[in-house]
Design a protein around this ligand. Structure first.
Ligand code: FEC
Length: 316
């Protein structure tokens, strides 16, 4: 059998590598509009609060390598070569497509390290990769739009919830609520029927059903501080509502819209949400994020292989 060489374009958000990168990174997130000194200072303060910098850079690299390794281990037909392309810092998505081109890659599969599709988020990763590929000519990229429905992804969170539940006394488990969160987006995405909210809702339902949990809710986190409205309820409001209505003793946080430990989880969840939960006299629990957990990496591998098979069928 002839092994087909395939580029594996792993696209992710990116994070500053050093303190000096924070300003340009933040400017890139704001599409070139430089943030004010106060905004930069506030972001620096949050990185400081999680230990100086985010572990995201290291984890993203590890996830890409683990995925390529797993893919090459489980099948003989394709030989995957991983390329990391980031949204807001180098190596940018365009750099990764250029590198594939320079290495003579003709076919690639791309996936974003974000489980749910929105035109606002994942589509912008895809557009940037496709437009660079078109500019260079000669590379065809099959782009995965979402992979939240991979059974391994649901199984990962089922295991994660279980790992938190074992730390809760049995007689208090019926006073425990699981809170599924994802990054908020501007409410205007709803106007065009964006699938993002429905995909997150479906993910929460599937995990809850698989885990057999009775009490769960959903909320949005990390909304931007722009003038226009963002998807709600915000996670902090949701914590207050759940506590007021049901007096829960334990809150298990599952940030299902993210796949690794990073600023939004380590600060927004582990510091802001924890502070509020504890101020109410309840306990905060947050299981380990997917990172390079084998069940999670297997789920990504299965999504990639499925895309390759579909592509092969289409081109027959
Ligand atoms: O650990 C780290 O250093 C980086 C963590 C990080 C991840 C992440 C994921 C998503 N974001 C999404 C949407 C937006 C929108 C805005 C926005 C702003 C920020 C800022 C930082 C930041 N985001 Fe992010 N995001 C991460 C970090 N994000 C830092 C800047 C200031 C702030 O903290 O508020 C608003 C832009 C604007 O002001 O115009 C919108 C979405 C995701 C999840 C999907 C994905 O990973 O692509 C959606 C990780």
């Amino acid at each position: 059998m002839v092994t087909k060489k395939i580029g594996l374009l792993v696209m992710a958000y990116g994070t500053p590598y050093q303190k000096e990168d924070i300003s340009s990174y933040y400017t890139a997130i704001r599409h070139g509009r430089k943030p004010s000194d106060e905004q930069i200072a506030d972001l620096e303060r949050r990185y400081e609060a999680i230990g100086g910098l985010s572990p995201l850079a290291k984890l993203t690299r590890q996830q890409a390598d683990a995925l390529a390794e797993r893919l090459n281990m489980i099948q003989p037909e394709y030989e995957f070569h991983a390329y990391l392309g980031l949204k807001y810092i180098h190596p940018f998505i365009e750099d990764a497509v250029q590198a594939m081109h320079d290495d003579g890659i003709e076919h690639a599969v791309s996936l974003a390290l974000a489980p749910h599709y929105s035109r606002f988020s994942v589509q912008s990763y895809i557009d940037r990769a496709q437009s660079k590929a078109e500019e260079l000519g000669g590379i065809s990229i099959t782009s995965l739009k979402s992979w939240f429905d991979q059974p391994g992804f649901i199984a990962f969170w089922q295991k994660a919830i279980q790992s938190s539940l074992v730390g809760i006394p049995e007689n208090e488990r019926d006073q425990t609520v699981v809170l599924f969160t994802a990054h908020s987006l501007p409410e205007k995405i709803l106007k065009n029927g964006d699938p993002y909210p429905d995909q997150i809702h479906e993910t929460a339902q599937r995990i809850a059903a698989k885990s057999g949990i009775e009490h769960y809710a959903q909320a949005w986190q990390s909304a931007g501080k722009t003038g226009d409205p963002w998807l709600g309820p915000d996670v902090l409001d949701q914590i207050r509502i759940l506590y007021q209505n049901s007096g829960y003793k334990h809150f298990i946080f599952c940030p299902i819209g993210f796949v690794s430990e990073h600023l939004e989880v380590l600060y927004d969840n582990d510091q802001e949400c924890r502070k509020l939960v504890e101020s109410l006299g309840a306990s905060y629990h947050r299981p380990q994020m997917p990172d390079t957990d084998p069940t999670f990496i297997d789920a990504l591998a299965s999504a990639v292989l499925h895309a390759c098979e579909e592509q092969a069928t289409l081109s027959k």
